[in-house]
Design a protein around this ligand. Structure first.
Ligand code: ATP
Length: 354
């Protein structure tokens, strides 16, 4: 076990350069309390990289990332790039090139935050490498195409291997939580594809007799999330369903500015908030940094599980505890009805971690 954690830092666009440094400062403090230090390496990414390197995701950044287990990545805002640089989106390249197949998106109401669903506390485990995502489900070419200008088609890809490996993530997570997995699919209509997803998950379930398993159609799941979110613990689902349900769950828990996530393979993980670049509020010091701060805490927890380093786990606990404490105290950014700026909120969390 090492006392220094190398972390690659990609600030990104919009509010990224505001929330990423705040999250790093909080993590640095939490780790230093445990006698650990971060060795941060900033890498070019996003609009700033277009100016410096001619593209939003330079080759040098991709090469450098190979050597990092842990990354902290801000949002990108492809819509603002010159048209020829908008596709593929940098986020898709990162997920595909490095095989970050597991997207873990928790949604939990925190005290001090007015949540539509005060009792929501669940984890969405989203398969991130295939499904209907045209930018990652083909080796060559795009999964979307137009035979004529008036006909558009999309290929959805579901494989047993990818379904099984995401199911393992979900069942392992359930063991650390309340021991309940809900498989979300649409096998009454997409019988073969999401049916394969469901069957692969049910097969993995047999290896976890201690975990309760049930299943829901995705449309019913959306309604249940609003009506009775407390009945769910871990939801495992394919890419597009997971994307939509996690935005819903994030809003139900109070604000998109609170929704954290990590994207992981077996050997690398990236902390990235669920929200986008939010260009409407960029540069104003009003963005909520909670999603980014808690994403970094999730990243540290992921590392702690891999290495067994309990000091890193303790740092993650301290970060999450400090965020909860500061919010419960009534300090909040404008999206939550408060007056604290991004930096001031981050300082309050940092002081509490210390
Ligand atoms: P993308 O396509 O990159 O996901 P988007 O436009 O769908 O981006 P966001 O950029 O996340 O979505 O912004 C959606 C709304 O939520 C905007 O009004 C934005 O200001 C707000 N928002 C997003 N993140 C935050 C945050 N961290 N703090 C406060 N408001 C936020």
């Amino acid at each position: 076990m090492t006392d220094t954690l190398p972390i690659a830092v990609l600030r990104g666009d919009g509010i990224g350069p505001e929330v990423v440094p705040v999250a790093m400062a909080v993590a640095e403090r939490a780790l230093s309390v445990q006698g650990l230090t971060i060795e941060a390496t900033e890498l070019d990414f996003g609009a700033a990289a277009i100016d410096a390197d001619g593209g939003p995701l330079p080759e040098a950044t991709l090469t450098a990332l190979e050597d990092f287990e842990l990354w902290v990545v801000g949002p990108h805002h492809s819509a603002s790039y010159p048209p020829h640089l908008r596709s593929p989106a940098p986020g898709a390249v990162l997920r595909k090139q490095f095989g970050l197949y597991a997207n873990l998106r928790p949604a939990r109401a925190l005290s001090g935050v007015e949540a539509v669903a005060a009792d929501i506390d669940l984890l969405i485990v989203r398969e991130n490498s295939e499904g209907l995502y045209a930018d990652r489900n083909m080796t060559i070419g795009s999964g979307e195409f137009m035979p004529t200008p008036d006909v558009a088609m999309a290929v959805g890809v579901i494989t047993r291997a990818a379904s099984e490996r995401i199911a393992v993530e979900a069942f392992e997570a359930a063991r650390r939580r309340r021991g309940h997995v809900t498989i979300v699919h649409k096998a009454n209509v997409l019988r073969l594809s999401t049916g394969l997803f469901r069957d692969a998950c049910l097969e993995v379930a047999q290896r976890y007799p201690d975990v309760r398993v049930d299943e829901q159609y995705v449309d019913a799941m959306a309604a249940h999330l609003v009506r009775r979110p407390a009945d769910f613990d871990v939801l495992v689902t394919e890419n597009l369903f997971g994307d939509i349900l996690s935005d819903l769950a994030g809003e139900l828990s109070g604000s998109l500015g609170l929704a954290p996530s990590i994207n992981a393979s077996a050997t690398q993980a990236m902390a990235q908030a669920v929200h986008g670049a939010a260009p409407d509020i960029a540069g104003l010091d009003v963005a909520n940094p909670v999603a980014m701060i808690v994403s970094v805490a999730m990243l540290l927890r992921w590392h702690a599980r891999r290495t067994g380093d309990t000091r890193v786990d303790a740092a993650a606990d301290a970060i999450e505890g400090a965020v909860a404490h500061v919010l419960a105290d009534g300090t909040a950014t404008a999206d939550l009805g408060g007056t604290a700026g991004t930096r001031a909120f981050g300082e309050a969390v940092r002081a509490h971690v210390g």
